[in-house]
Design a protein around this ligand. Structure first.
Ligand SMILES: Cc1cn([C@H]2C[C@H](O)[C@@H](COP(=O)(O)OP(=O)(O)OP(=O)(O)O)O2)c(=O)[nH]c1=O
Length: 197
């Protein structure tokens, strides 16, 4: 029997990506205290945060919970969402003309199973001018995004090349997620690949 996916994330990108591959879901979220996680290792951090975010109650035995967390890592520093304009300027100035990594941690949990994993994508930025950074921030695109940019939006113009999953940068490595969800009995609607995993 197909299980019911519950997304424990308010990220519009994650909703969009699940819809893109036609996986139906409902939404359940609770506020978490992100300061509880204080590791400086990005791989550890996104996995621990996805676990914390996914700690919502399972209300029915057929439910499967999905949660995720994304950070940017550059030069031993972790960039989350910028708190203000200065923060965004600092992040984009650091990322300019260099390679950084984007990590997304994912947690999938049912009544009798749980997995946590993370994907890493390398992103290289073209050199950015001060004016370009100022203008970009004035569009307000950076504020709800780790590292102060959106690869899927205006931020696309900064990206020289990537190695790894593009959708991982957007906040959810969707092709891996689809494969892992199959193991939990969650499939795209009217799936022809059901039972074929
Ligand atoms: C680098 C990058 C990040 N992002 C987004 C993905 C995530 O939504 C966000 C990082 O914040 P997260 O804390 O991972 O997620 P969120 O606060 O948006 O949602 P929730 O905690 O409810 O799950 O940055 C992009 O949309 N594009 C990009 O290119």
């Amino acid at each position: 029997m197909t299980k019911k996916l519950i997304l424990a994330s308010s990220s519009p990108r994650r909703k969009e990506l699940l819809k893109q591959v036609k996986i139906p879901f409902a939404f359940r979220k609770q506020d978490i205290d992100e300061s509880l996680i204080n590791t400086s290792d990005p791989l550890e951090k996104v996995q621990q945060l996805s676990l914390l975010k996914g700690n919502v109650p399972i209300e029915h035995k057929d439910e499967v919970i999905l949660s995720a967390d994304t950070v940017v890592s550059y030069n031993q520093k972790i960039f989350e969402k910028p708190k203000n304009k200065e923060d965004a300027i600092q992040m984009l100035t650091a990322l300019s003309g260099d390679v950084h990594e984007v990590y997304t941690g994912v947690m999938i949990r049912s009544v009798d199973n749980e997995i946590v994993f993370a994907e890493r994508t390398k992103v290289e930025f073209w050199p950015l001018t001060k004016d370009e950074i100022e203008w970009y921030i004035s569009t307000n695109e950076p504020y709800d995004k780790a590292g102060a940019y959106g690869i899927q939006g205006i931020g696309a113009m900064f990206v020289k090349q990537i190695i790894g999953d593009y959708y991982n940068v957007m906040g959810l490595p969707i092709s891996r997620v689809v494969r892992e969800l199959r193991k939990f009995g969650v499939y795209p609607e009217e799936s022809f690949i059901k039972g074929n995993n």
